[in-house]
Design a protein around this ligand. Structure first.
Ligand SMILES: Nc1nc2c(c(=O)[nH]1)N[C@H]1C(S)=C(S)[C@@H](COP(=O)(O)O)O[C@H]1N2
Ligand SMILES: [Mo]
Length: 515
């Protein structure tokens, strides 16, 4: 049988089977999408250096790249299965079984624990692949009345070949229709609708708008509050798609080493006292000069008050946040030292966006997101560091991770060409919970010069800085460092984000041209 036609039979049958499995999964909320589950299992099991490489190559498009790679891998695998099946049906079936087991294992073994019923969509889909593949290849091989191993292209009557192509086309069209159907069903997103209908509680401390004096006057400086729109605020999590959490059935458990375990509904939560706070959130994967950070005006209820009501057992050392996506964060009880640790429901004046953890998440100033900022929060468990390792700990990251003293140059950009004269160099510096005292700039490894620093909004946010440089033509190096309010000077020693955050000075090269 022609290799090309056998490959087509493989791809057409796999498309139909996979689309059917996805369609069934979309119909019933207790099934997860097999395709996305494979992505999730890859994310969980990929070595940490590969994850970091993916972030540095593709940034926040890493998930799209992952899903496209899985899709292309599937097409190649389906084509090979079609060819194998036409030569040796047993081999074809073995490959199909391999295909099925990837889907079954990925869906059954979710982060939240194994669930055998999850295998169903994949098993139904794979059976369809098997039947359709055999049927298509039979049409071709049998049309000529010759054994399956000879090439029907040589002997098949044109009408048989046409029948085969029509059947394959039909299978692909059917796959398209099913895929569109499941997209439509998952697109009927009632969570998004419920979110936009919510009205947020009024805080007891309505904050004034960010004062103009908190920002520096330089084109290219970042806005003090990071806009959420157009994915302006970074998103990092372990999910291929954004978890959908309906507010009407959402509850938050407070469990473990507490005197009074609590369960709160969303309404119970809204009935609490709320505060607004400006807090800068930072990802441990942020490289020196990187953009995996942002500042928002969060609306939340204080975590220390809430846990006081539950009554923390004095022997507890770790606060673990558990999420509906199976993710876990963990940070020391001692971090509740008066800083504005929040159970947040609002961000920049709107309900938490779904990608940032709707309906509720944790925000703890001064701790990297991975240990503290649990999105789509489901449970807060009091435990010890001996008893529990959060998600990233077995993957090589530190169990405790305060945000390191850092600074970043936002303008000019590295390798930018700028006319000679006064060039504003500006950026941000941060030492959440301590505060920034000074920022210094060095040109071409010359002496450290004081930058102007903008007003400090709170010690839980970044602080903007500006240095007006009298630039002369040539290639120049600009380096920045920060000094915190305890007098610590930012270290020049370079270290990678793994295991507890990058260090080193942000240094860029610019080309100054004759003006
Ligand atoms: N449920 C859940 N929460 C999570 C994560 C996750 O993968 N799942 N990632 C954490 C990490 S590593 C960071 S840096 C922050 C990022 O929050 P953002 O996406 O809102 O910027 O969320 C944290 N909370
Ligand atoms: Mo992170």
């Amino acid at each position: 049988m022609s290799k090309k036609l056998a490959a087509l039979a493989g791809v057409a049958s796999a498309a139909l089977g996979l689309a059917l499995a996805e369609f069934i999964a979309s119909l019933f909320s207790f099934f997860s999408s097999p395709f996305l589950a494979v992505g999730d299992r890859i994310i969980d099991n990929v070595p940490t250096f590969v994850k970091n490489l993916a972030i540095s190559l593709f940034g926040m498009n890493d998930k799209v790249v992952l899903l496209l790679s899985i899709a292309s891998g599937l097409i190649v695998f389906a084509a090979l299965t079609g060819i194998a099946h036409s030569r040796n049906p047993m081999l074809g079936r073995a490959l199909l079984a391999l295909f099925a087991s990837a889907g079954v294992l990925s869906t059954v073994f979710q982060r939240t624990g194994p669930d055998p019923t999850e295998a169903l969509p994949t098993l139904i889909g794979t059976s369809i692949v098997g039947v359709v593949l055999a049927r298509l290849e039979y049409t071709l091989a049998n049309a000529s009345g010759t054994p399956a191993t000879t090439d029907p292209m040589m002997t098949a009557r044109p009408s048989d070949r046409r029948r085969f192509l029509a059947a394959s086309g039909l299978a692909i069209a059917g796959a398209g229709a099913l895929a569109a159907g499941s997209r439509f069903i998952t697109g009927q997103n009632s969570v998004a609708a419920a979110r936009s209908a919510l009205s947020l509680p009024t805080p007891t401390n309505t904050l004034a708008p960010i004062p103009g004096a908190a920002s520096v006057d330089a084109a290219g400086a970042v806005p003090f509050l990071t806009p959420i729109r157009n994915n302006g605020f970074y998103r990092i999590d372990i999910n291929t798609t954004i978890p959908q959490v309906p507010v009407d059935t959402w509850t938050l458990k407070i469990s473990g080493m507490v005197e009074r375990p609590l369960t709160l509904t969303y309404q119970d939560l809204l009935d609490r006292e709320f505060v607004e706070a400006d807090i800068t959130l930072t990802c441990v994967s942020n490289t020196v000069g990187g953009e995996l950070m942002g500042t928002a005006r969060w609306l939340g209820t204080r975590l220390d008050d809430l846990l006081d009501e539950a009554g923390i057992d004095p022997a507890a050392t770790q606060i673990v946040g558990r999420s509906v996506d199976g993710y876990t964060c963990g940070f020391p009880v001692s971090a509740l030292d008066g800083r504005t640790a929040l159970l947040a429901v609002g961000m920049n004046g709107e309900p938490l966006p779904q990608r940032h953890g709707f309906p509720a998440r944790l925000i703890v100033p001064g701790l990297y997101g991975y240990v503290s900022a649990t999105k789509w929060l489901a449970e807060i468990e009091l435990t010890t560091f001996e008893a529990f390792d959060q998600y990233w700990v077995p993957r090589g990251y530190a169990a405790e991770a305060p945000i390191k003293l850092q600074s970043r140059i936002d303008t000019p950009k590295g390798l930018q060409r700028v006319p000679a004269g006064t060039v504003p160099i500006a950026g941000v510096a941060w030492a959440q919970t301590i505060g920034i005292d000074a920022v210094e700039v060095s040109i071409d490894e010359g002496p450290w010069q004081q930058a102007e620093i903008a007003e400090q909004v709170t010690i839980e946010t970044w602080r903007q800085w500006l240095y007006n440089w009298n630039a002369t033509p040539g290639r120049h190096e600009i380096e920045v460092r920060a000094i915190d309010q305890k007098g610590a000077i930012q270290t020049p020693d370079r270290s990678e984000p793994l295991p507890d955050g990058a260090t080193g000075h942000h240094t860029i090269v610019v080309i100054i041209e004759e003006s």
